[in-house]
Design a protein around this ligand. Structure first.
Ligand SMILES: Nc1ncnc2c1ncn2[C@@H]1O[C@H](COP(=O)(O)OP(=O)(O)OP(=O)(O)O)[C@@H](O)[C@H]1O
Ligand SMILES: [Mg+2]
Length: 237
């Protein structure tokens, strides 16, 4: 499956949040998405996840346009937002089960899918706890479970490692790698460049909504921090 971001532009009032951004992704890619605060990462991801509409341009997920076919596209996309689940009075299991039902699972298949995802994300031991009783790291896992429950081909993760301790960050990198090995395409934003160095098969650096550098191939031997500092001025928009 191919994901094509084509001349994507999003304007809020006088702010050009995303400015003619284009890139493509294929199966198994883990593409890092970095840029200073306010450079347009979340806006781009929201549009790719059909949560917002572009001012112009489009995103094609397996040939389907997010503008013309948002429902059909949504079925192929999983989104992990940069905020945590905040419904306080339902359990982790009820939360994941709800989203599995919403994406069309029923009966035995529903049970099997929820169990599988809870096992994969290590939510099983805490599945009966209410969300408000979970630590940040546990909530992040529940958030990942929700994002992958519909078995998406494209997984979008907006700062998934934010606020996690070192062990939980390593855990997150391992989830991303395993999902990519299953053939999924992953777009992951992070301000923790070391996390991206470890797992990404490529990286996009944006500033003021514009692509300033596209790095292809492993980032392992690259000093991403230096490249980032060189290319971005760190101005907050
Ligand atoms: N709903 C909105 N209304 C108006 N302006 C917005 C809205 N959402 C985002 N913006 C503006 O668009 C620009 C890009 O914001 P965005 O949240 O996409 O950046 P980001 O790269 O995700 O930043 P961060 O690293 O801080 O998460 C910013 O100037 C922001 O103020
Ligand atoms: Mg953001």
């Amino acid at each position: 499956m191919i994901v094509e971001v084509k001349n994507l532009t999003k304007i809020f009032g006088r702010t050009v949040a995303v400015d003619n951004l284009s890139f493509t992704m294929k199966d198994g890619d883990i593409l890092g998405f970095v840029g200073p605060n306010g450079s347009g990462k979340t806006t781009t991801m929201n549009i790719m996840a059909t949560l917002d509409e572009p001012t112009s341009g489009d995103v094609l997920v397996d040939g389907l346009s997010v503008v013309d076919y948002p429902d059909a596209t949504r079925a192929k996309v999983g989104f992990m937002p940069d905020y945590l689940p905040d419904q306080s009075d339902i359990s982790a299991h009820e939360y994941i089960d709800f989203f599995a039902r919403a994406s069309g699972f029923k009966g035995r298949e529903l049970k099997r899918r929820v169990r599988e995802v809870e096992d994969f994300t290590l939510v099983t031991p805490i599945r009966n706890k209410v969300l408000s009783a979970l630590s940040r790291g546990m909530k992040q896992r529940v958030s990942l479970a929700r994002a992958i429950v519909n078995d998406p081909q494209l997984l979008i993760m907006d700062e998934p490692a934010n606020g996690l301790d070192p062990r939980a960050r390593i855990e997150f990198r391992s989830y991303a790698k395993r999902l990519a090995e299953m053939g999924k395409s992953i777009l992951v934003s992070s301000h923790i460049l070391a996390d991206l160095n470890e797992i990404c098969t490529g990286c996009l650096i944006i500033e003021k909504g514009r692509l300033v550098r596209k790095i292809e191939g492993s980032l392992k031997n690259l000093d991403l921090e230096s490249v980032f500092m060189e290319l971005t001025k760190g101005e907050v928009q």
